[in-house]
Design a protein around this ligand. Structure first.
Ligand code: MF3
Ligand code: CO
Ligand code: CO
Length: 269
């Protein structure tokens, strides 16, 4: 009786049904497929605006809806965050240069379900220090995912990510976090990418949320530019981010946004 569809925990976290996993799987699959398809177009000389226009066209061709167009006044189908941009970079006319690293973040709505994923790309040749940052950020996301199972806490996820990142002498951004999602874009809880083991809400089967750590080579502080969206590192150091949407299962979790072509990481083709 207490696991009817739509139950909320005392922290306001929705517990979803088995059928709801299927909805998230379709939405996540489209978002991930779009991130696969854009990869060959991420080359020096391409503009982030052109990449976004292509993404928007694919969302529409699929009969889906962009979750970001119209969201709090945002006007694009993706966020594209280059080099020291931490997140929420606005696509535009600027051309990518050889050696740039960038995050592309896409959220689509399919049959009412939200699929939210982002990953890193490199335009041209990846420098050694950028490659290290990208690798640590990718692996930090998976340290977080490995901490997901019923009975663990959200603090366990944050602690796993933070200890991994800081062990590599990089820093975890505190100013942005992951989030519950499902039939809404942003729902409780805030999924922090730092924290203490055993703290925060207890994970339960049927919770859906993102993990999307942002990692800086320098200090963790960020600032938002006057466009009210673009978040950058205060010290102008390079920043990276990877994001999956996941659902808690009886013994772990299901990733809703795996790359169909196994291209989640820029050095995998
Ligand atoms: N997809 C982002 C996230 O991971 C949110 C982007 S909101 C936008 O939560 F308006 F900036 F697109
Ligand atoms: Co997200
Ligand atoms: Co996102």
């Amino acid at each position: 009786m207490d696991d009817f569809k739509g139950r909320l925990t005392k922290d306001g976290i929705r517990i979803h049904s088995q059928d709801d996993f299927a909805g998230m799987r379709s939405a996540g699959a489209l978002a991930a497929e779009i991130l696969d398809r854009i990869a060959p177009m991420v080359v020096p000389g391409a503009t982030t605006g052109a990449l976004d226009a292509q993404i928007e066209a694919w969302v529409n061709e699929a009969g889906a809806t962009s979750a970001t167009i119209g969201y709090r006044g945002y006007r694009h189908a993706s966020c594209i965050s280059v080099n020291h941009v931490v997140c929420h970079g606005i696509p535009g006319e600027k051309k990518l240069k050889d050696g740039d690293i960038l995050n592309i973040d896409v959220t689509v709505i399919v049959d009412g379900w939200f699929g939210d994923t982002s990953r890193m790309y490199a335009a041209g040749t990846l420098s050694r220090k950028a490659e290290r940052l990208v690798q640590v950020t990718h692996d930090a996301l998976f340290k977080g995912i490995e901490a997901v199972k019923p009975g663990n806490t959200f603090g366990d996820i944050g602690a796993a990510i933070q200890s991994y990142v800081e062990g590599h002498r990089m820093s975890v951004v505190r100013d942005f976090c992951g989030h519950g999602l499902g039939q809404v874009f942003h729902a409780p809880p805030n999924v922090l990418h730092y924290g203490r083991p055993g703290t925060g809400p207890v994970l339960e089967e049927g919770m859906f949320f993102t993990i999307e750590p942002m990692v800086n080579l320098g200090r963790p502080e960020t600032k938002v530019l006057s466009d009210d969206w673009t978040a950058v590192t205060r010290d102008k150091s390079l920043s990276a981010q990877f994001e999956h949407s996941i659902g808690v299962t009886s013994d772990g979790c299901e990733v809703f946004t795996p790359s169909p072509g196994n291209k989640f990481h820029p050095t995998w083709s």
